[in-house]
Design a protein around this ligand. Structure first.
Ligand SMILES: [Cu+2]
Length: 836
């Protein structure tokens, strides 16, 4: 008996430990007794105003007669340490924008002298509260440094109305709980009270309804077994619908179930976000009473999970560096559902006509260019292309230009040229599209298919853009029908976000998200042929597909859901191997499943051949963060296994993006664009530092450097004297290199990144001169701009140099000139390739 009991306990613990965690709650800290100091202030606007709870007062730096120069510094002393996870800053609310902060950094400290940067970036010039959420760090002091004004280059004032601080909080253990409810539905798969404390978000407690509902109030009682200190409750509504969301509620506590004390009341919004009412109590019994249904849908009450919040400050354990580290949060001046790495190593980001909202065909797009080196973003409103670029297709062409097609202005094409920092209009598409995917193909043209989200529904067959001629040509035989998913949303969703991989001789493999794969031949009028199915997978809308080894034709797929919204995503993962010959059948094999189910996540090819999959959510639904996967996973192709990495601080779900940065870290950003004040807007990104850059103590490893890089001139391309498969780069380094990797610069929107692909390259030579041989086929080494990383014997990658790989022949059949243009000094003209 005791053996059985201990076995069952162990089993329970086992399942409890393995349960994926889809939340990261924070509580608002009480500011009583806190102090604020600043480098400068007006007598009438002291720094203490940021803690006074009044939005109409603010701290302002000295202004009369002459404002003092930037930077300005505000320091808050919370008097006691806490595990800080979020800082919120409310700008002045009196209608003036003078003093609004643009560039800034936020740091925390335990002693007021050693500071850790937790956020860095640029805030937009508006009066909305700015939230910087970061991986929790211990601290007593907070320092906000303003280095530029948001509204002008001459304003040197700084002003802040309020600063609030949120702490990370743990749920109390539920292992000793017994729960009961006013009623529970036992029909169907069972919606007993215990389903609200069992872990999975997909199981729920529901008040009985099948044989008739009972009028409100409905209650849910927790018996903790003994009095326990509590500082709040967590209520997670059901994922699979709205019915039964609690509206008006009360929380009462008791030690004997006779005498109850009310500790919290209120009315929750009719949405699926986690509700976190805060209170302080020590009690054995906690009773959650529902007095109404949030949407007045009837006498229904339901809950996915109910937890209580632990009042003790969570113990701080520094993140295990073998699981990577999320460095500072990048505050961005817009919510960016789209982004692309530029040939100069900066990141182009854009939203829609507004920085936090979309709607209509406005002809305007808000953009920003984020510099990963300085952390600063510069903003621009693009009007000259008359293109609202919300939810478009994106491809980088052979010249490194970012070709943005469709979206809210469904037929428009806009082109960003980094070397001149200009946007120019391209020719309109023949078919209006939004949510299509595009792919640069081996001859330099850009294939485009699908996209019923915008510009009318259905019939979105292929067309192709020739950047040299600025022309769009319909390809009537590249039919969209074979790539449609069976989506509950119908054709509006069924042709969205194709997984396209350009391959040899102008072919494109459409590897998903439909279970059916297809080859598209982009010559002439086009022509599609079936390419089999993805093994035991299903339609995987908003899953990820990453070409982690283009030489071997290897693609990892991960996650996705049958339907775009209102569905449950999956953990499944597969490896697709594209055969050497375009048009032949790919092979598909299952690999280990992820721990976390993900739709709307992002997949990124890393230099060492591993694939980083981050973000996404279990229950896929646009503009929600419910059931977000905070724990990214890293897939190793040599073992076919996933390793959970350290969790990030911000959910990255619908409209999030992920990009490999030149320093071999990853930017995982954005999510939302759901209008002013929407809680699912994420005006930020986080920087993930993969394990390959970290020492055992968490410090950064010494990394190799690429010292010089040059194109080795080739003669006799393709003839008998050509002993190498492709062009070559000559590279000198500061140490022994075990391998190189080429990774094409990425573009990211809506889970799609058809630009990134990785080419592993053996290291021939020695640090004085390594030869890096580029595959000869432009269907493999797709021309354009690529990172090149040198990886040392410890497996540590260098920072990338960015090289341009050029084809010998463009789509017009003419050879490229020898002096092919190069944009900046660290970009070298890449080696010549044989004709496709
Ligand atoms: Cu979108």
């Amino acid at each position: 008996m005791s053996f059985l009991h201990s076995f069952l306990t162990t089993l329970l613990l086992y399942f409890t430990l393995l349960q994926p965690v889809y939340s990261a709650p924070h509580i608002l800290l009480d500011r009583t007794g806190w102090t604020a100091t600043a480098d400068s202030s007006d007598d009438a606007s002291p720094p203490s105003n940021v803690l006074d709870g009044s939005s109409s007062t603010f701290w302002q730096t000295y202004s009369d007669p002459d404002p003092e120069p930037l930077p300005h510094v505000l320091i808050i002393d919370m008097q006691t340490p806490n595990l800080i996870g979020r800082i919120s800053m409310q700008p002045r609310q009196d209608g003036s924008s003078s003093g609004n902060i643009g560039q800034h950094s936020i740091e925390v400290s335990s002693d007021g002298s050693a500071w850790t940067q937790v956020a860095l970036g640029t805030w937009n010039n508006d009066d909305e509260t700015k939230n910087s959420t970061f991986v929790p760090r211990p601290g007593r002091y907070i320092r906000i440094t303003a280095t530029s004004a948001a509204d002008s280059t001459t304003d040197t004032l700084t002003a802040i109305a309020e600063v609030n601080v949120y702490a990370a909080v743990n749920y109390l253990s539920r292992s000793s709980w017994t729960v009961s409810a006013s009623s529970q539905e036992t029909g169907g798969s069972g919606s007993q009270a215990t389903k609200a404390i069992d872990g999975p978000l997909t199981t729920i407690w529901q008040a009985a309804y099948r044989s008739g509902t009972t009028p409100f109030p409905h209650w849910f009682q927790i018996d903790q077994g003994a009095p326990v200190a509590v500082q709040g409750l967590s209520y997670v509504p059901r994922l699979d619908g709205a019915t039964g969301r609690i509206g008006q509620f009360e929380i009462t506590v008791s030690n004997d179930t006779e005498t109850w004390v009310s500790v919290a009341t209120g009315t929750w919004a009719d949405d699926d976000t986690e509700k976190l009412p805060q209170f302080i109590a020590t009690a054995r019994y906690v009773l959650l009473t529902a007095y109404s249904e949030a949407g007045n849908r009837g006498d229904y009450t339901s809950a996915a999970e109910i937890n209580l919040l632990d009042p003790s400050i969570p113990a701080y354990t520094p993140p295990d560096p073998t699981k990577g580290i999320w460095d500072h949060t990048v505050d961005l001046p817009l919510v960016a559902p789209a982004g692309a790495v530029l040939p100069n190593g900066k990141v182009l980001l854009w939203s829609s006509y507004a920085r936090d909202e979309f709607g209509g065909s406005t002809g305007v797009t808000q953009t920003a260019i984020y510099d990963p080196v300085t952390g600063v973003s510069t903003q621009r409103t693009v009007t000259n292309t008359q293109h609202d670029m919300f939810c478009p297709g994106i491809s980088m062409d052979f010249e490194g230009r970012i070709i943005v097609t469709g979206g809210d202005n469904a037929q428009k094409t806009s082109i960003y040229i980094a070397s001149t920092d200009t946007w120019i209009p391209g020719l309109n598409m023949r078919i209006g599209r939004g949510y299509q995917a595009t792919a640069t193909v081996s001859d330099g043209r850009i294939f485009n298919i699908g996209g019923s989200w915008s510009g009318g529904r259905g019939g979105k067959n292929g067309e192709i853009y020739d950047p040299l001629k600025n022309s769009w040509t319909l390809q009537p035989n590249n039919l969209v029908a074979p790539m449609l998913t069976n989506d509950a949303g119908g054709v509006f969703r069924a042709d969205n976000h194709g997984w396209f991989f350009a391959w040899k001789k102008g072919f494109v493999l459409q590897a998903g998200p439909s279970l059916n794969m297809n080859w598209y031949n982009t010559s002439g009028d086009g022509g599609g042929t079936p390419a089999g199915t993805r093994s035991t997978d299903l339609d995987a809308m908003n899953g990820n597909a990453v070409m982690y080894d283009a030489v071997a034709g290897k693609i990892l797929t991960a996650g996705g859901a049958q339907s775009y919204g209102g569905d449950t995503s999956r953990t499944s993962a597969f490896v697709i191997t594209i055969p050497a010959t375009s048009g032949s059948m790919p092979t598909v094999t299952p690999t280990q499943n992820m721990t976390y189910a993900r739709g709307f996540g992002t997949g990124i090819a890393l230099p060492d051949g591993t694939v980083f999959v981050t973000g996404g959510q279990l229950h896929v639904e646009p503009f929600t963060d419910i059931s977000a996967a905070f724990t990214p996973e890293l897939w190793d192709p040599t073992t076919g296994t996933w390793t959970q990495m350290n969790p990030m601080a911000n959910p990255r779900t619908y409209h999030s993006i992920g990009l490999l940065l030149p320093d071999a870290t990853v930017l995982n950003a954005a999510g939302g664009l759901c209008g002013p004040g929407c809680v699912n807007n994420h005006w930020d990104g986080e920087i993930f530092v993969p394990p390959y850059l970290l020492n055992a103590d968490g410090s950064r490893r010494s990394r190799p450097s690429i010292l010089t890089i040059a194109v080795k001139t080739r003669t006799g391309v393709g003839d008998a004297t050509d002993s190498l498969a492709g062009g070559q780069l000559g590279i000198s380094t500061d140490r022994n290199i075990s391998s190189f990797a080429l990774i094409r610069l990425g573009s990211s929107t809506h889970t799609v990144n058809t630009d990134q692909r990785r080419i592993p390259v053996p290291a021939y030579g020695n640090p004085a001169l390594y030869s890096v041989v580029i595959p000869s086929d432009p269907g493999v080494a797709l021309p354009g701009y690529w990172y090149i990383f040198a990886i040392d014997e410890a497996g540590t990658p260098s920072a990338a140099k960015i090289v341009k790989i050029t084809p010998c022949y463009m789509s017009d059949g003419n050879p490229c000139s020898d002096d092919y243009p190069s944009a900046t000094s660290n970009i070298v003209t890449g080696a010549c390739q044989t004709r496709p």
